[in-house]
Design a protein around this ligand. Structure first.
Ligand code: AMP
Length: 256
């Protein structure tokens, strides 16, 4: 059991709570959620020590996969990790400090997934923000990503009925985001971000690029072009180039 292999607990470092986080790139919602700490009551602030314990110090045989954010490890939380914790297998995502994504994406993910709950969204169990370490703890999804099922040679092909069920589940996740009281634009819909539970229930993960949608009388939001090449609609991606060339034209021929 974990309790017998618990290393000596080190001196507590600075494990900050969400409401402490101050970053110039703080998403708009975080400001609002700071005023209402209740929103995050079901998300646990883990210490780095606890996450090291459940992943056996991030042992290589605990690795589930690797993404743009960093490496994902398998772990198990229970009463031995912290009194009162429900026994649960989890996935622990560790931000790669040299990676493409950073604190901003980490914060966006905590901000959105910390507040949203739906059967077709992966559940964020907790996070860790200690010194420059940024980690995320999710419910464990037994069948990994849809991408692996579709493109890995060793996997059994999915039946048509299962594919339809997965597509329907993912669409329900998106519909929930779009119809939320405060709509959310997901911006990174792709097979590697659709995770599958033991019964092939599809759940959207990776909210690092998500953005609050228009609210009330607003008709649109201004945003940089975001997403993944090959998944985003070409005409949407092209808008960045049009904007770029339009700015250059204006620079060459300033308005008189
Ligand atoms: P990501 O960084 O989200 O792209 O994740 C990289 C890989 O880690 C995925 O393709 C999955 O195989 C695995 N993974 C990520 N999150 C989970 C999870 N909650 N449960 C199980 N495996 C996961």
């Amino acid at each position: 059991m974990l309790s017998s292999s618990l290393p000596v607990k080190p001196e507590r470092k600075h494990n900050r709570s969400i409401s402490d986080l101050s970053d110039p790139s703080t998403p708009r919602n975080l400001e609002d959620s700071r005023k209402n700490a209740v929103l995050y009551t079901h998300v646990i602030a883990f210490s780095l020590f606890e996450l090291e314990t459940i992943t056996k110090s991030f042992r290589s045989d605990y690795i589930l996969g690797e993404g743009g954010f960093g490496t994902v490890y398998k772990g198990y939380i229970d009463e031995n990790v912290r009194v009162g914790l429900k026994s649960l297998p989890v996935a622990v995502k560790v931000l790669n400090k040299e990676g493409l994504q950073g604190h901003r994406e980490w914060l966006t993910e905590v901000n959105f997934l910390g507040q949203l709950r739906h059967p077709n969204l992966v559940k964020l169990i907790g996070y860790c923000c200690e010194d420059d370490h940024r980690l995320l703890v999710y419910e464990f999804m037994f069948r990994g990503s849809l991408e692996n099922h579709l493109f890995r040679k060793a996997t059994v092909p999915l039946s048509w009925a299962t594919r339809m069920m997965i597509a329907f589940g993912a669409a329900k996740g998106l519909a929930f985001l779009h119809n939320a009281e405060r709509p959310v634009i997901y911006r990174d819909f792709k097979t590697s971000n659709i995770l599958l539970d033991s019964d092939y229930t599809a759940k959207l993960s990776d909210f690092g690029l998500a953005k609050a949608g228009p609210q009330g009388d607003e008709t649109h939001v201004s945003t940089r072009v975001m997403g993944t090449y090959g998944y985003a609609a070409p005409e949407y991606v092209m808008t960045e180039f049009f904007f770029f060339f339009w700015v250059r034209r204006c620079k060459r021929r300033p308005l008189e």
